[in-house]
Write a protein that binds this ligand. Structure first.
Ligand code: HXC
Length: 511
């Protein structure tokens, strides 16, 4: 074969690999409102930066006549490229080849880039769209999944791992995304469940549609499995790019810094009016968040799940932070099972990846009730306490209004390692609210006027930040208009913080 023929042969093989399962199946994929694996990678990465690995790998199975059917690449496209100029590894399951199912060779390709991503210290992004285990390969497929799970676990806290679900993801296949840091879903076209509607009908006699069982709405509002939801694939992949811009490439790096023209000493007079004088009146904590951060740019995580706590990424003076904030506009900002677990996992992500925590507190306590107690609020609330206490990143806390009871301790208080703890003059820091306290302390008073006076007396004595400040539990009481500047000062002051916990194999977070 001469050189020209060799090159022509190479071109032909490349074309075959790039055609995936063929034009007909590509059209079927498009008709279902989905893009192909390669189109998705193009969309996700900076233009022209993708380098493919293992393009010519094929499966090695022989059962059920599958050896007569081979596609170069074998149902997954893997490689590396850039997002905002920074290296990432990516795999995209190709639904046009055997339904994107997991074969031994296909798993080996994913394992290879997982290992490269760990070695090079870069994020790994998985684009999932698969019929699950390739039935013709039996236990080899299960072994492949397990190898991926194993690497997911070993990578956890070392490199950021991001999963997007862009089609079916069922059975044990859900556990790789579940082990990663963030799950993105697309409205209508992505589904995740351990057992599908048919099995559920047989076992529990429940009738449920695929969408109701495991669609994006379900997982972003009911189960809390998904962290972000896009209306379509393009929007979802843009959101992945946005997330990557906030986080470092690995646990040894600082998050990337972005230049901003938002003045660090910007005074925000409007903030003086945000927290109502009446402690029972709700307000939207996001009004504070958006006003204090750089350029009003907030990437909220799980906005539709456990809305009584807000979590997300923002920047102060160009530097990334993780924000955790009670939301008085939803269930009065109370801590319950879902909000505790939601925030705890976020705090642990930020701590693992050197992202400082800014905590905004307005919390009346833990939610009372048998549902919460039987559901284990004791252990779930403990998760948040544990996560804040073990976090060694800079921890800046601001109490805007209520900080009552155990919830005061939990919300990144001074006592569990808060580096700088601020309070507004409107803060109320005590064991409980005035009415509750007087009901216990003056239980025998029946006269309503007398009771009201006692409540007022308690309010004056305890429902303020001055007791805590006199004990050094609050470092500074600040005017709301100075919030941005004060937080930036605290972040600058803590930038070189050195703190590590005692060496141990690992802690035992209450799961
Ligand atoms: C081999 C599979 C396959 C599978 C789909 N295909 N699932 N091949 N093993 N598990 C093939 C189909 O034969 C078809 O091939 C192509 O993929 C596209 O499938 P369609 O059915 O035509 O597509 P669609 O109508 O969109 O339906 C997609 C689907 C459905 C919902 C995913 O195919 C399906 O229900 N598949 C079975 C899913 C399943 O039960 N998987 C095992 C789950 S258990 P052609 O050649 O016609 O294009 C599991 C355990 C994991 O995964 C354990 C991990 C520890």
């Amino acid at each position: 074969m001469d050189l020209k023929s060799k090159f022509e042969q190479f071109e032909q093989l490349n074309k075959e690999a790039e055609a995936g399962g063929g034009q007909e199946r590509i059209e079927k994929q498009h008709a279902a409102g989905k893009k192909t694996a390669r189109e998705r990678i193009e969309e996700l990465l900076d233009a022209g930066t993708f380098n493919e690995i293992d393009k010519f790998v094929t499966h090695r199975a022989t059962d059920f006549g599958i050896d007569k059917k081979k596609y170069r690449g074998d149902g997954v496209v893997t490689g590396y490229g850039k997002i905002h100029g920074r290296l990432v590894y990516v795999f995209a399951q190709d639904f046009t080849v055997f339904g994107g199912t997991m074969s031994r060779s296909n798993a080996d390709k994913i394992v290879k880039i997982q290992e490269l991503a760990i070695k090079m210290g870069t994020p790994l992004i998985g684009l999932n769209d698969s019929g699950g285990a390739r039935i013709q390969e039996g236990v080899q497929s299960l072994a492949g999944y397990a190898d991926i799970f194993y690497n997911n676990v070993l990578s956890s806290g070392v490199i950021p791992q991001i999963s997007t679900i862009l089609g079916p993801c069922a059975g044990g296949a859900v556990y790789s995304p579940a082990l990663t840091d963030f799950i993105f879903m697309v409205n209508e076209t992505s589904h995740m469940f351990v057992t599908g509607p048919e099995v559920i009908k047989t076992v529990t006699h429940e009738n449920v549609s695929k969408e109701d069982l495991g669609g994006a709405v379900t997982h972003s509002s009911k189960s809390g499995v998904a962290h972000f939801t896009g209306d379509n694939e393009e929007q979802t992949l843009m959101m992945v790019r946005e997330l990557v811009s906030f986080i470092p490439s690995n646990n040894m790096e600082e998050p990337p810094v972005q230049t901003t023209t938002d003045p660090i000493d910007r005074k925000i007079e409007a903030l003086n009016e945000v927290v109502p004088v009446d402690p029972n009146k709700p307000y939207d904590m996001k009004d504070i968040i958006f006003k204090i951060i750089d350029d009003e740019h907030f990437l909220e995580v799980q906005p539709n799940y456990a809305a009584n706590i807000i979590i997300g990424f923002a920047r102060f003076g160009g530097k990334s932070v993780g924000i955790v904030a009670n939301q008085p506009a939803h269930l009065a900002g109370v801590l319950d099972i879902n909000s505790s677990a939601k925030a705890a996992r976020f705090v642990r992500f930020c701590d693992a990846f050197n992202i400082p925590l800014v905590t905004l507190v307005d919390v009346p306590g833990f939610l009372p009730g048998t549902q919460q107690e039987f559901g284990g609020i004791i252990k779930h609330g403990a998760k948040l306490l544990y996560a804040f206490a073990e976090a060694t990143v800079p921890k800046i806390t601001l109490i805007t209004r209520k900080a009552y009871g155990g919830a005061y301790d939990v919300m990144s208080s001074k006592h569990i390692g808060g580096d700088i703890n601020y309070a507004y003059p409107t803060a109320e820091i005590a064991v409980m609210g005035p009415e509750g306290a007087i009901n216990i302390l003056k239980r025998n008073i029946t006269d309503e006027k007398e009771k009201a006076e006692a409540v007022e007396e308690y309010r004056d004595a305890f429902a303020n930040p001055y007791r805590a400040a006199s004990l050094g539990y609050i470092d500074e009481i600040i005017y709301p208009e100075d919030t941005r500047e004060k937080i930036i000062n605290a972040l600058e002051m803590t930038h070189n913080k050195r703190k590590s916990n005692l060496p141990r194999k690992h802690g035992n977070i209450p799961l």
